[in-house]
Design a protein around this ligand. Sequence first.
Ligand code: M6R
Length: 605
Amino acid sequence: MCGIVGYIGKRDVAPLLLEGLQRLEYRGYDSAGIVVTSPKAAGLKMVKAKGRVRDLEAKVPARFKGTTGIAHTRWATHGAPSDLNAHPHMSADDKVAVVHNGIIDNAADLRRKLEADGVEFLSETDTEVLVHLIARSEAQKLEDKVRETLRLIEGTYGIAVMHADFPERIVVARNGSPVVLGIGEKEMFVASDIAALVAHTRQIVTLDDGEMATLKADDFRTYTTEGTRTTAEPTTVEWEAASYDMGGHDTYMHKEIHEQAEAVDRVLRGRIDDRFSTVHLGGLNLDARDARAVRRVKILGCGTSYHAGQIGAQMIEELARIPADAEPASEFRYRNAVVDPDTLYIAVSQSGETYDVLAAVQELKRKGARVLGIVNVVGSAIAREADGGMYVHAGPEVCVVSTKCFTNTCVAFALLALHLGRTRDLSVRDGKRIIEGLRKLPQQISEMLEREEDIKKLAAQYADARSMLFIGRVRGYPVAREASLKLKEVSYIHAEAYPASELKHGPLALIEPALPTVAIVPDDDLLEKNRAAMEEIKARSGQILAVAHQEQEKADHTIVVPKNEDELDPILMGIPLQLLAYHTALSLGRDIDKPRNLAKSVTVE
Ligand code: M6R
């Protein structure tokens, strides 16, 4: 979704900001803009363009110099993508410029009042009210002008503000939309995502909701929207700039699929305790007594993270024998759910910023629940809001479509299930068995990825399909759901996932030669049941692609996956289906890393 980047220092700011915007492209956007100034310049200079960052770059004149600037990539919410609706927005006297992520809920109201007062609006955005309010404030300091304005605002924001009369500072504020400061040597950066910062500095400060900051070239200070100073110790981010490069692959999705063996190795590293056949998960802030007191587990996430949660719930039930289920956070937060003190709530999010998940966490905390976060981005909002949790250590995921984070989240759930199981009745022997299985995963993932050429050929055969059915049973069902989401996100082919057990209760009516079925067929105690489902499809002349541990006679094609422990099989079975979605999309010429209408991090409702 929208991205912010800003800089103040001695360097020529426009190229820096354009490069920063490129690093944010992966979040999804439809227009971009930039405003610059310098202490010696007469006022602010602005350029905006609908389309890509390269379209903006093409419009930036050669003499667009400055040493202070802010820039933005916009993902339309209020008003269509256009040059005028792109950020920054500027006041009528060209003195105030604002970039904004989030949504101002009372914008229509404020706009009506401002218009009645003679203010002319240039765009259809909610953001523009901020600019006019700041420009009309009679406060002397820029910080006070912004503070006064924020008092009138209802909604979410991450903002960066520049003022022609204060060219030596940028004022930023956060409420529900990330703002990260990058601390350099006699230069300061700000962004909505560390991706835009790590090429320049790895010293960062993440603002909390209700916090503001003033950036000057050689100094920054943070304070609340009420004006009370806050302490902000910079932390060092682990991710390097190179992790955001394509590394010789044609797309980030391909790169990230191929990083999975290494990523899984990272999520396991330092966590396995062979002595007690369990794992160390210190960040959970849950001692053995707390763990034993858990009566239920409720997992909340959206999209792919929700599917990882479904796999996690299954693992927790199997290994720890605690009733567990997963629910879309986007639904949970609106249904006034009964919050039970003996339930352990787990919020799952790659970005750690998904608004629906964050809102669910806040609602749970308000009702006194204990919430853990399983998150990839260190220091993100959900990680900070949760009572404890685990990082999945997948490294930065740039492609909008999640692959390596999904796999690592499933592995993180296996670790958690093992931990909870070993505080209860899971035997040492079973603990050992799961640990051995986990240790095998990186090698098995590599073996799986070596079969890419075969999967590519299969993808070419199925790419003509107008629709595809994915079926699985119990452990296989969330795998089928995730595979179907992956295919539709990246190839735009309609896909639907069904429990194999439900076939004859309806979807069998769809079966015909033109509707291929992908069947998840693990070699577990339900193998014969899954074979029976394939028989039913075959009897109706349906085509079948099986993902299984051995060739399936009833299937037209089988992708054979290495066998692990039954409980861990879903992790490996998802991987060839990521490749299937990838190669299908590639053969259809899709924009793989930035599928239409989607954003990497959904920070609005
Ligand atoms: O960052 P999160 O894991 O919270 O994101 C949740 C979903 O928006 C995300 O998984 C989405 O479904 C992706 N496009 C998956 O490929």
